[in-house]
Design a protein around this ligand. Sequence first.
Ligand SMILES: Cc1cc2nc3c(=O)[nH]c(=O)nc-3n(C[C@H](O)[C@H](O)[C@H](O)COP(=O)(O)O)c2cc1C
Length: 325
Amino acid sequence: MNIKDINLKYGVILAPMAGFTDRAMRLVCRKHGAEFLVTEMVSAKAVCFGDKKTHALARIKEDEGMCAVQIFGSEPDIMARAAEILSAGEEGGISPCAIDINMGCPVHKVYSNGEGSALMKNPDLVYKIVERVSKSIDIPCTVKMRAGIDEKLKNAVECALAAEAGGARAVAVHGRTRDEMYSGKADMEIIKNVKQALHIPVIANGDITNGEEAMRVFSETGADGIMVGRGAIGNPFVFSEIICALSGKSYTQPTLEERIEAALLQLSEAIIEKGENIAVRESRKQAALYIRSFRGAAAVRAEINRAETYDEVKRALYFALENKG
Ligand SMILES: Cc1cc2nc3c(=O)[nH]c(=O)nc-3n(C[C@H](O)[C@H](O)[C@H](O)COP(=O)(O)O)c2cc1C
């Protein structure tokens, strides 16, 4: 897949997930094969106001390889200004390889502000935002959207065409409407329709959790790339599995020990960024997922929920190894 000058051999991408895809998760996913990463979404307004926490979320470092920053907002001028600021890179970091525009967030606070998926109610605004952002930066502008707002307004094709006309270099589509949030199954038909309508690369997203599903999504949609979100939480190995499937190689599931090592690598990277206190607390929602299918996982999770230090998380995870069934 080629997004302007960005070449991806397989088109395998980590989806942006607020509260999850921080630098630590991105690094671990990259290590296991994700070819392109996206930060958590950041508010365009907060970027323009110089909010420190927001700028920290947008910092990308060299070892992350190809990584885009995702912004959300609704005002074309503010979105363009934020994109311009972010495209220069944050202090201590490198420039992103693209600016991605969030047109998929269904959360009430964002939607009711006319941001995220609410932009899909207004394809003219989609065009305007993408046009302003594209013109304000030298790197590609990409868009991530949903299938539409609800069953009545399933207008991903129209919005994707507006984004393409505005200068977007790629469009990712999560095959659910805003109303569906995360329920039901992602609709691959609408992604296929978007792919058929556009000239720029289209990335399919929704419910991909293994190599077989990735192959199915590629073949059902004809998409140029795929994006994996929840399937990568506590399982960065999903990217190697997908790449093996795409290249016709056999894949061996990681051992429990390899899973624990990856969980601890993610935690230690998070500690470097955020300090032990915050990183350990945040790791509660992810670390136990690394060993979810192994015997004793529930007890380990309870232990991790009480952990305050790296060593305590490590001890809890290794407890699973000692009790391997
Ligand atoms: C906890 C969580 C946070 C998310 N945050 C974002 C976000 O910041 N930006 C975005 O475009 N999508 C966000 N998404 C949507 C995902 O990128 C993705 O489109 C969705 O989860 C479907 O893909 P999946 O089935 O592979 O998870 C989020 C999803 C989840 C579960």
